[in-house]
Design a protein around this ligand. Structure first.
Ligand SMILES: Cc1ncc(COP(=O)(O)O)c(C=O)c1O
Length: 358
């Protein structure tokens, strides 16, 4: 069985094996006490985040605050909490704030919206049209490029408070068309997990224009125990390496992702049983060339009656996918992660090929 369910980014393991110089070391005497650490860490991490965004050209950080959290999972929760609070403050309706994302959406958003059990906000499956005409207060997750289908998403409901999830707005997944530059009502979220692959270090951050929203998010992170200094220091070391190598990991990731997508596109051609998402080319300001998008996930539509349960069809072919229904789509769809090790990807491609010929 090939596990293509989770988005664990083993793809980057090989790059780091080739770059042991980005090692991060700790002595047993380091980091004793709540705040002590050899040198200030959070300012160093924030400085690296700001420099990297400027080097890549994917986000404007001037005049904004950086709020770091335990993975973007925590940053997304903190964002939702402050955005719902802000929506309620200016609200004229007295119902809970509706948390919405246009399907297909990242399967964690409904979980994030319900995990806190809040009476102030609730996940909704209403359509954006119905929400607009019902004049509801809405917090909207817009993931761009989108997990699962790679589409470039933006706000869909006028007046909603938006959390832009840019976990995949890096050159190994997409041409960098412009830096994101939102107004003070919007929050942009990024994560180390899909940038360098260090998902278990649990570092994510938000670029926040409104100081009141940033203060609220910081409070949320502090209440939940703050961020381990070891993780902050390791993330700073890794990001400084990415900056110093002029984005070596992006070049590595892009070449490998292009290889994977070329293989997948060849498989898709000349058969009707499965449809993969379409991809666009665009001018990439990071490389100064036109580049094709190489999304981290394959979003499959099973077109035939016999594959009505698309996830089951893939499972029977030896590939574990994530069911399309988890993304608010139908069972006709399934998602495969493309972020596994090279050997596992090649095995998966072989299994897909056999399935497509059947
Ligand atoms: C779109 C998106 N946002 C956020 C996350 C969460 O990442 P992390 O909590 O590791 O930062 C993921 C992980 O798969 C994701 O796909």
């Amino acid at each position: 069985m090939i596990d293509s369910e989770s988005g664990t980014p083993y793809l980057y393991e090989r790059y780091w094996l080739q770059h042991p110089e980005a090692e991060f070391r700790l002595l047993p005497s380091d980091n004793i006490g709540y705040l002590d650490f050899p040198g200030p860490v959070l300012p160093r991490l924030e400085a690296a985040i700001i420099r990297l965004h400027a080097q890549v050209g994917n986000a404007i950080t001037e005049g904004r605050r950086i709020v770091v959290g335990v993975g973007s999972a925590e940053v997304l929760m903190a964002s939702m909490w402050v955005q719902a609070g802000a929506a309620m403050k200016s609200s004229t309706s007295n119902g809970p704030v509706q948390v919405y994302s246009q399907p297909p959406y990242y399967s964690a958003y409904p979980e994030v919206a319900t995990a806190l059990g809040s009476r102030d906000f609730t996940w909704t499956n209403m359509s954006s049209n119905d929400l607009s005409s019902a004049q509801q207060d809405v917090v909207e997750f817009a993931c761009s490029p989108n997990n699962p289908d790679g589409a470039l998403q933006n706000q869909t409901i006028a007046g909603s408070r938006v959390i832009h999830d840019h976990a995949y707005y890096w050159p190994h997944y997409t041409p960098i068309m412009h830096p994101v530059d939102y107004g003070p009502q919007d929050i942009a979220v990024f994560t180390l997990s899909k940038l360098t692959g260090h998902a278990s270090s649990r570092i994510g951050w938000a670029v926040v224009g409104d100081p009141a929203l940033a203060d609220g998010m910081q409070q949320y992170v502090n209440w939940h125990g703050n961020i381990p200094l070891e993780s902050q220091a390791r993330a700073a070391t890794l990001l400084e390496h990415v900056i110093g190598s002029q984005g070596g990991i992006f070049s590595y990731g892009r070449v490998e992702m292009q290889r994977r997508w070329t293989l997948l596109s060849d498989l898709a051609a000349g058969q009707q049983r499965f449809t993969f998402q379409s991809r666009q080319a665009a001018f990439d300001h990071w490389s100064g060339r036109t580049e094709m998008a190489t999304p981290p996930y394959l979003w499959i539509r099973c077109n035939q009656e016999r594959d009505a349960d698309c996830a089951m069809t893939l499972q029977q072919a030896g590939i574990t996918p994530r069911d399309g229904q988890k993304f608010g789509a139908s069972a006709q769809y399934a998602r495969l992660s493309l972020l596994m090790r090279q050997m596992d990807f090649d095995k998966m491609a072989l299994k897909l090929e056999r399935l497509m010929m059947g």
